[in-house]
Design a protein around this ligand. Sequence first.
Ligand code: ATP
Length: 308
Amino acid sequence: MIKLANLTKKYGTKTAVDHLNLVLTPGTVTGFLGPNGSGKSTTMKMIISLVRPTLGDVVVDGKSYSDLPEPTKRVGTLIDPSALDNNLTAKQHLSIIATAANLNPRRVDEMLQITGLENVQNKKVKSYSLGMKQRLGVATALLGNPGTIILDEPFNGMDVDGIKWLRGLFKQLAESGKCVVVSSHLMSEIQAVADRVVIIGQGKLLADMTMDEMNRRSLSSYIYVEADDLDKITSVLLDKQASVQPSKTGLEVRNLDAKEIGRLALDNQIILHELTKVNPSLEDVFTEITDGKADYVAKGVTMHEALD
Ligand SMILES: Nc1ncnc2c1ncn2[C@@H]1O[C@H](COP(=O)(O)OP(=O)(O)OP(=O)(O)O)[C@@H](O)[C@H]1O
């Protein structure tokens, strides 16, 4: 089990991770989601003491990672596949780690088999595609048979078969009682595999819910209303026991259908500008939660303007 308490990292004036409190539990695949630059990698690096927190603590199985006697047997990580030594083969890479961590050498062959790298085990990493490097990263993470596996964007560069295989592997690992944490900036990569979704934006925790709760949110359709007098229509709708929430430049209305809302607007001489039924997808829910929380947003400049 991993506990993050008030975990904070500042780079100069930039706060990459901002007072994060989380408990990552065994037997669960946790999807760690957030837009680019939201602090996912920095958080993962702080868990394994690659980055020192400015404030707060990380506790791994009751200890700081750097105080664990055999860390590779506790936490396996895939953080940056480009950090692999290009001049080593997959077999050499895994064997070096197995020897250094005093692991049974049999694990090397088992991991090559599990990750589908058996046939290329004697080829140098420099000849590998990104997907093959990711597979070697996964093999490395699993080498010590750790209780916790942390993978930063493991789906990057994976083809469809690779993605399917990874999802199956994560499920199996969680079913065998392991704590699996997988980061991604795409909801679509996580939705088929995560039991729990943690969403961060600009280093702050924005949401922490089960995948079932996230799915329920996406199934909850509503009517989006824009009108000339939002205050007036809000009070009319509330009188009819509707649930009303401000959204963008209008309102999200639940418990009343579009026909009833239209009729109420007419009766109260309110002009409607929009009346739309919305069935949000999981991606929509993710976008709504992270709206305005991305560090890197295209400013609406067209490619044509940029090239002028
Ligand atoms: N070594 C560093 N020095 C200065 N700033 C950094 C450093 N590492 C990360 N940052 C900044 O901290 C913020 C969080 O970065 P981080 O890589 O943790 O985000 P991320 O969610 O993993 O992003 P991505 O999905 O793009 O990989 C970003 O604004 C990034 O520019």
